[in-house]
Design a protein around this ligand. Sequence first.
Ligand SMILES: C[S@@+](CC[C@H](N)C(=O)[O-])C[C@H]1O[C@@H](n2cnc3c(N)ncnc32)[C@H](O)[C@@H]1O
Length: 214
Amino acid sequence: MRTVEVTDEIQAYLDRLVPKRDPVLARMEEEAAREGIPIVETHEGAFLSLLVRIAGAKRILELGTATGYSGIWLLRGTDGGLLTSFEVDGKRAARARANFAEAGFGKQAIVLEQDAVQGLEKLDGRFDACFIDLLTSFPSEDVTRRVLELCIEHLDGGALLMADNALRQGEVVKPKTQQARNVAFYNKQVAEHPRLESVVVPIRDGLSVARVRD
Ligand SMILES: C[S@@+](CC[C@H](N)C(=O)[O-])C[C@H]1O[C@@H](n2cnc3c(N)ncnc32)[C@H](O)[C@@H]1O
């Protein structure tokens, strides 16, 4: 059976099943909608949180903080975990820091205001989970490959590797843009990688979920 088409009625049903958001996340959702900030939405946020909790992850790496929405969901899946997140946009990085503080994670979130690709090359640290939320911003498949390898290098056996926009609004099937080519390339690399076991979950715009083999 194919994945069910999510009609407005089904979406409304799903919306009634997710936990009610606290004021911080609710405000961030409103701001993102108003300002066109591309954040993961509630269902994917809750899913990220659950995955992190199931994996027992504590040290989390994120590429693409924006204003910290997904970062808060990721941290809520940990017991006192630490998030290291890259954001190249200075204004967004500052807003993320303020939002983390307001959500009670001021001491658990490090926002590195720099290019994630350059930063990853120099990053010293091991992680239990990584969330990539800027696949579509890379200039080429070569950079996409390099980022994937760098992420895996920083993950221990049993760690989670997740990436957003794995379906690129369906464009991934016949990629015509560099963004879609990056995503299609990433999905193929992950599916064929000897150190990964993976699946693409068709939630929102698609979430690639992989586990690093022990
Ligand atoms: C899709 S948004 C992240 C959304 C966030 N993960 C959430 O769901 O709340 C991607 C972010 O990555 C940032 N970005 C794009 N290219 C980047 C790069 N090379 N290094 C660091 N950040 C980058 C953008 O400024 C943008 O804020």
